[in-house]
Design a protein around this ligand. Structure first.
Ligand SMILES: Cc1cc2nc3c(=O)[nH]c(=O)nc-3n(C[C@H](O)[C@H](O)[C@H](O)COP(=O)(O)O)c2cc1C
Length: 306
């Protein structure tokens, strides 16, 4: 993380953010480093604890957690976060049960801070729709993953491009927390095997450890941190300890056969790998076009008063 921060700071004078896993074993060290390095924005995959928010806010860092329910938005807003990413059920990775179309307006009605809509966003139509729901902007995960700039290996991107709108599933079988992933054979097998006993989970974890090559100590400290922050059973902990490494084995090291491929449903609508620049340009241009079209009363009046 420190090396990446240095590289980004070197490449731009513009503000940038660092994204953190709230359940990381070394979250306090990471937060300390973000403050020391003068990173302007910290975002979170799930809502961080109050103490983490306070530490960052006291140091002047802009804090943007991701939430999946209005009551979570209310809670983090009371702690003083600067904005929330409201991620609906369609979204990739860990995700809640409420659809984006219902979550975003509900969060907008609940809090007075900026709301960034996420989950299913991929083009200008979705940006215009999010603005109509009262959001201030959008965040996209799957769309940027499927770009020519993303360093996810090509053979993994190919699996995503083949995925249909019905090809994803929300499962708790990977790490005990609902996560939207591509419905691969590995995931189907984990789902079929039902609630895990600790022994079976530990055996699975060790099997996956062999695939991912992570050290035993790291496995244990990841697992204990997740057990604490997510309230997992010992069986879930054994699997959860491996989950980030399993995802890394697939997404970074290019082994889709490990089978944990987090994705938004929107993967089913995406069939090309443009650059990030092309994605942003086309999203903005299409949203402007849609908003312009919707702002034109001419057609409606012509129909009403021919
Ligand atoms: C492969 C993958 C990995 C993700 N990892 C993170 C993460 O580390 N931190 C985070 O805040 N969100 C993560 N997300 C969620 C995205 O930031 C974003 O909120 C989500 O993808 C939005 O839904 P979409 O995929 O429909 O665009 C991940 C999503 C995907 C698909």
């Amino acid at each position: 993380m420190a090396g990446t921060i240095d590289a980004v700071a070197e490449a731009t004078d513009r503000p940038f953010g660092v994204n953190l896993r709230t359940d990381a074993a070394d979250i306090d060290r990471r937060v300390g480093h973000i403050i020391a390095a003068g990173v302007p924005v910290a975002s979170f995959a799930q809502a961080p604890g109050e103490a983490v928010v306070k530490k960052l806010k006291d140091a002047g860092v802009v804090v943007v957690p991701t939430i999946g329910a209005p009551r979570h938005a209310e809670k983090v807003a009371a702690w003083g976060v600067d904005a929330v990413i409201a991620q609906g059920a369609e979204g990739g990775g860990h995700t809640g049960p409420i659809a984006t179309t219902l979550l975003v307006p509900a969060v907008v009605d609940t809090v007075d801070i900026p709301v960034i809509a996420a989950g299913g966003m991929a083009d200008g139509r979705s940006l215009a729709a999010a603005l109509a729901f009262g959001a201030d902007g959008i965040a996209m995960g799957t769309r940027f993953l499927l770009s020519s700039d993303s360093d996810v290996p090509d053979r993994v991107k190919a699996v995503y491009l083949e995925t249909k709108l019905t090809g994803t599933v929300v499962t708790t079988a990977v790490d005990g927390v609902p996560q939207r992933v591509i419905n691969t054979e590995v995931v189907a097998r984990l789902e079929r095997s039902g609630p895990l006993s600790f022994l079976r989970a530990a055996r699975n974890a060790l099997k996956f450890r062999a695939l991912t090559g992570v050290g035993y100590r790291q496995l244990l400290s990841e697992g204990l941190a997740m057990r604490r922050s997510l309230g997992l059973s010992w069986a879930q902990m054994a699997m959860a300890a491996n989950a980030p490494m399993m995802t890394k084995a697939a997404m970074v090291d290019g082994h889709p056969e490990v089978g944990i491929l987090p994705t938004g449903q929107v993967a089913g609508s995406i069939d090309a790998l443009p650059s990030c620049q092309e994605i942003i340009d086309s999203v903005v241009a299409e949203a402007a076009e849609v908003l312009d079209r919707l702002a034109q009363p001419v057609l409606y009046e012509a129909v009403q008063h021919p």
